[in-house]
Design a binder for this molecule. Structure first.
Ligand SMILES: C[S@@+](CC[C@H](N)C(=O)[O-])C[C@H]1O[C@@H](n2cnc3c(N)ncnc32)[C@H](O)[C@@H]1O
Length: 138
């Protein structure tokens, strides 16, 4: 299925499916949506020291990346995706620039380099004693 890159109203990119006239994120802002839904209504509502997250439809990895940026605790992250984005598409995503997260850009690319069906660890720079792990399943 054809996929195109679209810029949403907060300046952040998303993927548009012209055949279905659908986007991966809200046209009102990919990053805005992730903060509203995934972080403020999700991650920040969990009081436990550790949290396990299952994301069905991993897509661009935006929710995963912002979770990484915002995490103040150990995260066990599993992403499921049937139609993984390509390396070329990942490189076209402008999340690092819009988020001004250049210092953490390696984490964004590492997220997308994880082998499917393998659990890997990412040491958090902000919390050196804790581990942030994820697996991607397709
Ligand atoms: C609305 S988009 C969400 C994208 C993602 N959360 C992000 O931030 O980029 C839905 C995602 O679900 C994926 N998907 C669709 N059908 C699926 C299936 N049967 N199993 C797993 N993923 C699926 C799509 O490929 C797409 O990446």
């Amino acid at each position: 299925m054809k996929r195109e890159i679209l810029i949403t109203s907060d300046g952040s990119s998303t993927i548009h499916l012209p055949d279905w006239n659908e986007q991966y994120h809200s046209k009102n802002g990919s990053i805005n949506e992730t903060y509203h839904v995934f972080i403020k209504s999700g991650l920040q509502q969990v009081a436990a020291d550790k949290v396990a997250i299952l994301e069905i439809g991993f897509g661009t990895g935006l929710n995963c990346f912002i979770t990484y940026l915002e995490a103040q605790k150990e995260i066990d992250y599993v992403g499921v995706e049937a139609y993984p984005v390509t390396t070329e598409e990942v490189e076209k995503m402008n999340f690092i620039k819009v988020l001004k997260a250049e210092k953490e850009q390696d984490a964004f690319y590492k997220i997308h380099e994880v082998s499917w069906e393998e659990k890997q660890s990412l040491l958090m720079k902000k919390l050196p004693s804790s581990q942030w792990r994820w697996a991607l399943l397709n």
